[in-house]
Write a protein of this length. Structure first.
Lengths: 279, 383
């Protein structure tokens, strides 16, 4: 007698499985990042109905459509302000922005620093693949100095953002950096961030074999992942001003910043309302 | 908690009337960026919202403000922003997203002289076409234009009601001269103010399709956190809200986004007509220019000239059925506006050659006087 049983992946209940296969290229780090986020949501025990996934434009933008949670695929660079409005209007929601480096730090850079400054209650995960992947490999604000892209064919003359330092300087209460191959550490870091309030930022370095790797001395599909594995050094609490990414130098990973007790924008707003009422 | 509806008689600037109209309509989320001549709306709301439990945020720019009100509306809270030309230009990006995602929000544009920085402190009506066509692609939108502080209050409420009903960003196309003039504003008792709220799904979450319209072409709207697992995107999408970038999906979606407004044109369009019964010349106006226009029509009547007034309270969708109707009776449409011909083009198009359309343009900076409009009427009579 033959027995059948339906095998479910542990995170299937979070996915719109009918939408698979997804659009991401083999070797991409977006999938593992979302996987780690979902496992962290499970780990922390957040109710699925309260989870909101806001994305911008680019490879990451599509992520919000694959999850069985409220998903908002917004405009380029505006995921953070959209999410700020959503979360302030319903503070019961658990709102996460997962977006790319171009979306969050080029076109959306201003919104990022101001949301940090205001301490809006959001978790922002940046999948940093050093390039504009969706549009075919153009220069990003994170492309390493000297790096090649379709719009820096002779090498990048610009200097990239050190995004954890930017978040730290602008006042984020939680700042970490991992890579998409550090799935376990990433999951735990996201879980830690989910348990906090305020503006929390996690950078996830991700391979982009198709649009970054092949033009930058990582010709094999797994070469960028190997680069991460070989060059990464974990230094929790590292000085974020010293974690800039430079090709050929160690990549510093870890949970860098944890600020306790800084009130969120919403908390201050409600306090102000109380004061107004007592007057 | 303070009073939301300040029932009674007030002497308010247009900008204050807009802010109070929004509060009376149930708006509890405001995002904005300082700009002349709209800043008093944000200032007043920042004072009033803590009394009524609203959330006011001054954002880093208008791009963020517009995105934030879309997010807040998706969380179920009536939301608004207010700006002027330069900020309105920046908002076009996410007005498009609001159209595509079908988000009820209100955008106030206090028009000032333009292009570019133009005349920050002086009036104009140069953003009329921008309100309709400013974001890329083809869509229909709703825009109302107040002639006075009283109407600024009333129409702000109506903007919210229309936005909620038709699930579309709705624009209050005001102008510096309305917003910086003070006048009597009567706020009715709360129970007399009609308030519309978006229709909610009538099916359980597993049967709900976020973009499946009813017969009126408007889909019921679930909000974030209600368990409907909403999918929404600025990409062309199917009824499930999943991206579907095919010509067929594009045809179906874009057609519906336009048709849901067009099929309700007669319900949305509001005009005020004076002396039109036997009119041979109709002055078509909107916003504060309507006041000198109506005065000019009275002056003409006193001289025995058969002039009438058509005031467009709703600017978009355009009152094409009204213009077409009167084009069969009148010989001339006279269109005074504070630009170099915008609504004039619409009137001319709908007159279909049945009546001659004459533009009375002023580039902005000041209102047109009744005498100037009357002078144009006299010129027409002399033909």
């Amino acid at each position: 007698m033959e027995e059948t049983c339906e095998l479910l992946h542990p995170i299937d209940r979070w996915l719109k499985t009918e939408r698979m296969p997804h659009i991401w290229c083999p070797g991409c780090g977006v999938g593992p990042t979302i996987h780690a986020w979902v496992r962290a949501l499970e780990r922390v025990g957040i109710e699925k109905e309260k989870v909101v996934y806001v994305s911008g434009i680019g490879c990451c933008g599509r992520g919000s459509g694959y999850l069985d949670v409220d998903g908002f695929h917004t405009t380029h660079g505006r995921a953070i302000p959209f999410a700020v409005g959503l979360k302030l209007a319903n503070p019961e929601l658990c709102v996460t922005v997962i977006s790319g480096d171009g979306d969050l730090f080029a076109i959306g850079g201003n919104h990022f620093i101001h949301a940090c400054r205001r301490n809006n209650d959001l978790l922002v995960i940046c999948v940093n693949n050093f390039i504009y992947g969706m549009t075919g490999g153009q220069l990003a604000p994170t492309t390493p100095h000297g790096g090649y892209s379709t719009t820096s064919p002779y090498g990048n003359i610009e200097h990239p953002f050190n995004t954890p330092h930017l978040a730290d300087a602008a006042g984020a209460v939680y700042v970490a950096r991992w890579t998409s191959i550090h799935v376990r550490e990433l999951e735990l870091s996201i879980a830690e961030a989910l348990r906090m309030k305020g503006f929390r930022y996690i950078e996830v370095l991700s391979p982009c074999p198709v649009n970054f790797g092949r033009r930058n001395n990582f010709p094999e599909p797994d070469a960028m992942a190997k680069w991460f594995a070989q060059s990464s050094v974990i230094m929790h609490g590292a000085d974020t001003s010293k974690v800039a990414i430079d090709m050929g130098k160690p990549i510093i990973l870890g949970n860098f910043v944890k600020r306790e007790g800084k009130p969120t924008y919403y908390e201050l707003l409600r306090k102000l309302e109380e004061m107004r009422r007592k007057r | 908690m303070g009073k939301a509806v300040l029932t009674g008689r007030h002497f308010w600037y247009g900008n204050i009337a807009i802010a109070e109209g929004a509060i009376a309509a149930g708006c509890r989320f405001f995002a904005g960026y300082p700009i002349t001549p709209a800043s008093e709306i944000a200032e007043h709301i920042s004072r009033r919202f803590p009394e009524v439990g609203g959330i006011f945020v001054q954002f880093e720019d208008e791009l963020a403000s517009m995105a934030a009100i879309l997010g807040a509306s998706w969380a179920g809270v009536k939301s608004m922003t207010a700006t002027s030309g330069p900020g309105f230009s920046l908002m076009m990006e996410n007005i498009g997203l609001g159209v595509m995602m079908e988000v009820p929000v209100v955008v106030v544009d206090v028009q000032r002289g333009a292009p570019s920085t133009g005349l920050p402190t002086l009036t104009a009506q140069g953003d009329v076409m921008q309100a309709k066509w400013g974001s890329h692609g083809q869509y229909e939108i709703i825009a109302l234009s107040p002639e006075s502080p009283q109407e600024a209050f009333d129409l702000t409420i109506r903007c919210f009601n229309l936005a909620e009903k038709y699930r579309v960003p709705t624009i209050l196309l005001a102008s510096e001269s309305v917003c910086h003039s003070a006048g009597k504003v009567v706020v009715p008792p709360e129970e007399e103010i009609e308030i519309v709220y978006r229709k909610k799904p009538s099916v359980p979450p597993d049967e709900y399709l976020p973009y499946k319209p009813d017969e009126d072409l408007i889909p019921p709207m679930a909000c974030a956190g209600e368990g409907y697992s909403i999918k929404t995107t600025g990409l062309t999408h199917d009824e499930r809200g999943y991206p579907d970038t095919t010509p067929e999906a594009q045809e179906k979606l874009v057609k519906r986004l336009n048709d849901k407004i067009r099929m309700h044109r007669e319900e949305i369009v509001e005009v005020e007509e004076d002396f039109m019964d036997d009119a041979e010349i109709a002055v078509v106006s909107y916003g504060q220019v309507s006041r000198p226009a109506k005065r000019a029509v009275k002056m003409a009547r006193e001289e025995g000239i058969k002039a009438g007034s058509i005031r467009l309270i709703t600017v978009w969708p355009f009152a094409e059925h009204i213009i077409r109707k009167w084009a069969k009776q009148v010989d001339f449409f006279v269109v005074p506006e504070l630009n170099y011909g915008q609504i004039y083009l619409e009137v001319k198009r709908e007159a279909c050659g049945n009546a001659e359309t004459i533009l009375v343009p002023r580039m902005g900076g000041r209102l047109i006087t009744p005498e100037e409009i009357y002078h144009e009427i006299k010129k027409v009579v002399g033909r």
